[in-house]
Design a protein around this ligand. Structure first.
Ligand code: PBG
Length: 330
């Protein structure tokens, strides 16, 4: 006897659908990015990212406290550095004066349970707006790594749990891992920006930090959006050099890369749902052209379905708020 195939039987009610649901997303898998400013109580909104703010110290601590109450306990921190602190070598990044290091200490003192992930790259500190040292139109690889190592040790000493090298210099994960081991920071993790593409989706982030390149672009260090095999090469290197997490960035246009790395590595895979992806949803939703909350949830779920264990997203707080609202209605 032959029966017609009827996949719809498994979709016939909410309860049946919930039983056959293959992928889910929870607040525990999300990381909330925070843009930080020097100064006590300032908080200002990023024009191209409605709902996302730059926080001074007090506002930052309040925001973290609120997030923790919602079950959101992982944070990735990015400094907005004043122009007069920037120079071509990014030396403020490891200076004892650096407010960012001070904020890390304050967060860990007040909320030891919060997971603090940092940014390791020159661009917030560079007068050239590049992730490495620019000389005669070239980004110097090994000279940049020396600065990245100093920055990493300073962040580890401040109490960071996980360092996030976002610069894409060759060999930086190994150099940072070795320096951490030699200096008593064997417990400090490395979340490597493994497959970071030279993407147009970073625009709003560069607005937030005023960190756009003053000349040229980032194509000699960030990857070509046309390439997938090359992501495997970067992943193999980062694993061998001691990374604890492999990141793909951006997320939405690179779900294939997330899936590829998921199948290739046993390490946790991180998707960075970047600023431009957030801005597009907010812009269309504000015009009433899409349902922003449903699109948000579908996007985050798709990153999990592709194989991401962890998602860094500007939607983290509003997702956590929505989940908590749902839970209180039950
Ligand atoms: C730079 C850095 C960038 C982002 C994170 N770290 C921008 C860039 O490479 O130019 C982008 C994040 C986002 O767009 O949300 N080290």
């Amino acid at each position: 006897m032959t029966f017609p195939e009827r996949p719809r039987r498994n979709r016939q009610s909410a309860a049946v659908r919930s039983m056959v649901q293959e992928t889910s997303i929870s607040v525990k898998q999300l990381v909330m990015p925070l843009f930080l400013l020097p100064g006590e109580s300032t908080r200002n909104e990023v024009a191209s990212m409605p709902g996302i703010f730059r926080y001074g110290e007090k506002a930052m601590l309040q925001q973290i406290e609120q997030a923790l109450q919602l079950g959101l306990d992982k944070f990735i921190l990015f400094p907005a550095v004043e122009n007069d602190k920037k120079n071509s070598l990014g030396t403020y990044s490891y200076s004892s004066e650096n407010f960012y290091l001070d904020y890390i200490r304050k967060i860990k003192a007040r909320f030891p349970e919060a997971v603090v992930i940092t940014d390791v790259a020159l661009d917030p500190y560079s007068s050239d707006g590049h992730d490495g040292i620019l000389k005669d139109g070239q980004i110097l690889n090994d000279e940049t790594i020396e600065v990245l190592v100093k920055m990493s040790l300073a962040q580890a000493a401040a109490g960071a749990d996980i360092l996030g090298p976002s610069d894409m210099m060759d060999g930086r994960v190994g150099a940072i891992r070795q320096a951490l081991e030699e200096n008593g920071f064997s417990h400090t993790g490395i979340m490597s920006y493994t497959a970071k593409y030279a993407s147009a989706f970073y625009g709003p982030f560069r607005d937030a930090l005023d960190s756009a390149p003053k000349s040229g672009d980032k194509k000699t260090y960030q990857m070509d959006p046309a390439n997938a095999r090359e992501a495997l090469r970067e992943a193999a290197l980062d694993e061998a050099e001691g990374a604890d997490y492999l990141m793909v960035k951006p997320a939405l246009s690179y779900l294939d890369i997330i899936q590829t790395l998921r199948n290739f590595s046993t390490l946790p895979i991180v998707a960075y749902n970047v600023s431009g992806e957030y801005a597009m949803v907010k812009a269309a939703a504000s015009k009433g052209w899409i349902d922003g909350e449903k699109v948000r949830d579908e996007m985050l779920l798709s990153m999990r379905r592709a194989g991401a264990d962890i998602v860094i997203t500007y939607f983290a707080l509003e997702f956590a708020e929505a989940q908590n609202r749902l839970a209180s209605q039950r």
